[in-house]
Design a protein around this ligand. Structure first.
Ligand code: GUN
Length: 292
């Protein structure tokens, strides 16, 4: 079994981004600027936004965060999106999800200028992705593609099983891996809450992408020997033995599945760092496009 080191792969990608940012600055262009909007004070979202801010700084991308109250109205958030859409200083921005229940996510995401949509969630970017046109690709699926490329894991003709059909991971990664492309050409099966005989399907998989949102859902008896496993899940489990009071686990029973896998991502340190690196890559792309 080989551990897929997302931190190492992300560091490599971030190094190339940093070099490109440095080149922009050498050419008297301004550094790309990324903005994050965080509504409410959910601890996990705060952690992610802090990590994104820190990673931006490390590659020379300037960043700022709007920290808004849980009580922010949909209209107030739409107004901020409108403001950032027209702000010349801003190359890309993200709205950290989940949003409070009184705000309709689709209304907010659809309002973002798709050229600044560095999360790749806007219908225009999703549509372009489906058609194989140049687009800002969703960060987590893009990060997964980088990991597969970094570890030279072949996808052509392979049976890929994706667990979970969310708009931000399951659905886009199924589309990307089935495209006629270098990191595609796979035969993809998308499983979800209504799928019958999931274990039978996962057992035939060469590659499994677990993004189902259930802690340790994928067990050793559901996979074949030599499978490649990408775990997108992240769950906080209370652990009072640790100073922070919790530990992180994924959608995969790592202890059991790693005994049969040829490659597997850990949680944390697998997909997470790649999502951030892909976000930075999108910010750089958005900034370059705006400069053209
Ligand atoms: N919440 C969980 N994943 C993501 C992500 O990739 N982007 C944003 N904005 N929110 C998230």
């Amino acid at each position: 079994m080989k551990l897929i080191d997302g931190k190492e792969a992300a560091a490599k990608l971030q190094k190339t981004i940093a070099a490109e940012v440095a080149k922009m600055i050498d050419n008297d262009l301004k550094a790309p600027h990324l903005v994050a909007i965080l509504v409410g004070d959910e601890p996990a979202s705060q952690t992610y936004v802090n990590a994104k801010e820190k990673a931006s700084r490390a590659v020379g991308i300037t960043s700022s965060v709007y920290r808004l109250s849980e009580k922010t109205t949909e209209n107030e958030l739409l107004n901020l999106v409108d403001f950032l859409n027209q702000d010349e200083e801003v190359d890309g921005f993200i709205v950290q999800l989940p949003l409070p229940k009184h705000i309709q996510v689709e209304r907010i995401l659809n309002r973002i200028d798709y050229r600044k949509d560095v999360d790749g969630f806007h219908p225009m970017n999703i549509g372009k992705m489906v058609l194989g046109e140049e687009a800002l690709l969703p960060a987590t699926p893009q990060g997964i593609l980088y990991l597969l490329e970094y570890y030279k894991i072949e996808t052509k003709g392979k049976n890929v099983v994706v667990l979970g059909r969310s708009n931000i991971v399951g659905t886009p990664i199924s589309i990307l891996l089935s495209r006629k492309a270098k990191l595609g050409d796979a035969t993809v099966t998308l499983c979800h809450s209504r799928t019958e005989n999931i274990a039978q399907i996962t057992k035939s998989a060469d590659i499994i992408i677990a993004a189902i949102g259930q802690a340790e859902f994928l067990k050793a008896d559901m996979v074949k020997e030599g499978v490649v496993v990408i775990d997108v899940g992240i769950h906080r489990i209370e652990d009072l033995k640790l100073e922070k009071g919790y530990r992180l686990i994924g959608d995969v029973d790592f202890k059991g599945v790693s005994k049969k896998a040829s490659f597997i991502t850990p949680v944390p340190g697998g997909v997470g760092p790649m999502t951030i690196a892909a976000l930075l890559k999108n910010t750089l792309l958005a900034a370059k496009k705006r400069g053209q």
